[in-house]
Design a protein around this ligand. Structure first.
Ligand SMILES: Cc1cc2nc3c(=O)[nH]c(=O)nc-3n(C[C@H](O)[C@H](O)[C@H](O)COP(=O)(O)O)c2cc1C
Length: 347
């Protein structure tokens, strides 16, 4: 799949996720095999105002490339200005969000709301492409609701606007995150496409990744919730794609060490205090299904010193070795199958 100078065969991509795909998590996913990563979406209006917190989201690390900055907004002017600001941070490409369903975005005419105004969507895309010296891609849903699925029309307009690849989440705006993503519409769009199509929605395992490629014929696939607490999914998917072999799910040791690595990266990116505090909401996803996890979680979410958190986690690893000997550790794959619906966050 080509996006400008980026040329990767069947890339497995980390989806943009607000409050999740920060610099630390992107680097972690990269280490575990993600081919391309995206920042959380950033508001064009906030960039225009020079909001400090938003600008910080644009800071990128050499170790995470290729990386895209994703921007959202409701006007041509704000999006053109945001493009100029984003470019100063030297991402590998710029992505436009035309898929966010939430009130704070779609309710203000940006994100998925533009599926109802495809003319304006195309005008924004064209203006961003014209302003940018980098490749520009877009990410969207299949339509506003099931009575107005317009992904084929949207694809054509975005191609004409100069968009270089389109990521499609196989749900409508009104679906939010309910039900199953409709992979048939992604396959249909791929049939019509002149640009690379990146398929997204409900890839929870390496087997799902392979199934998504087979079902849609897409050029790349994008994984969101399935990577939360499970960055191993990238390496596993690629291994299956390249060798046909399914790797075993990571055991407790790897998962605990992924949490420790994530903490270290978080501290490196955000400093000791905030890096430690912001990691608190992630531990349960790494440790879920492990025995007596609430005891260790309660201890680490109260701890401000990241080195002590690391020590607690290493002690827990030793404890888990005992549980494993007693055969009391449930397989992670089995756990994910049982709980994938509960991984839907409030987005
Ligand atoms: C917590 C969360 C935050 C998200 N933030 C963004 C975002 O900033 N930009 C975007 O394009 N999509 C965002 N999404 C949507 C995901 O990128 C993806 O399209 C969606 O979760 C479906 O893929 P999945 O089934 O692999 O999770 C977000 C999703 C979640 C769960």
């Amino acid at each position: 799949m080509r996006i400008g100078p980026i040329d990767i065969d069947r890339p497995v991509i980390l989806a943009p996720m607000e409050d999740v795909t920060d610099r630390a998590f992107r680097q972690l996913c990269k280490r575990f095999g993600a081919d391309i990563v995206y920042t959380e979406f950033v508001s064009a209006e906030a960039l225009r105002r020079g909001a400090e917190k938003t600008l910080r989201k644009l800071v990128l690390e050499a170790g995470e490339r290729p990386v895209a900055v994703q921007i959202f907004g409701s006007t041509v002017e704000s999006m053109v200005e945001a493009t100029a600001v984003a470019e100063e941070y030297a991402p590998d490409f710029i992505d436009i969000n035309f898929g966010c369903p939430t009130k704070k975005v779609a309710g203000k005419g940006a994100g998925a709301a533009l599926l109802r105004e495809p003319g304006k969507m195309a005008a924004i895309a064209e203006a961003v492409v014209r302003r940018s010296s980098l490749p520009v891609t877009a990410k969207t849903r299949i339509g506003w609701d099931h009575d107005s699925i317009n992904i084929i029309d949207v694809l054509r307009r975005l191609e004409d606007a100069g968009i270089q690849a389109l990521a499609i989440h196989g749900r409508t705006r009104s679906d939010m995150y309910k039900g199953r993503a409709d992979w048939n519409w992604i396959a249909e769009a791929k049939n019509h496409a002149r640009i690379p199509v990146i398929a997204n929605g409900d890839i929870w395992s390496a087997e799902d990744a392979l199934a998504m490629f087979r079902h849609t014929g897409a050029d790349g696939i994008m994984i969101g919730r399935g990577a939360i607490g499970n960055p191993f999914i990238f390496g596993q998917a690629k291994h299956l794609l390249q060798t046909g072999v399914v790797l075993p799910m990571p055991g407790f040791s790897l998962r605990i060490h992924a949490a420790i690595d994530h903490l270290e990266l978080s501290v490196a990116c955000k400093g000791e205090k905030y890096g430690t505090i912001e990691m608190r909401r992630h531990y349960s996803t790494y440790l879920k299904g492990l025995p007596k996890v609430s005891v260790v979680r309660n201890a680490i979410v109260r701890e401000d010193d990241w080195q002590l958190v690391t020590e607690i986690l290493l002690a827990y690893e030793r404890e888990c070795e005992g549980y494993a000997r007693d055969g009391r550790i449930k397989e992670y794959a089995e756990y994910l199958n049982d709980h994938s619906d509960k991984l839907v966050l409030n987005y």
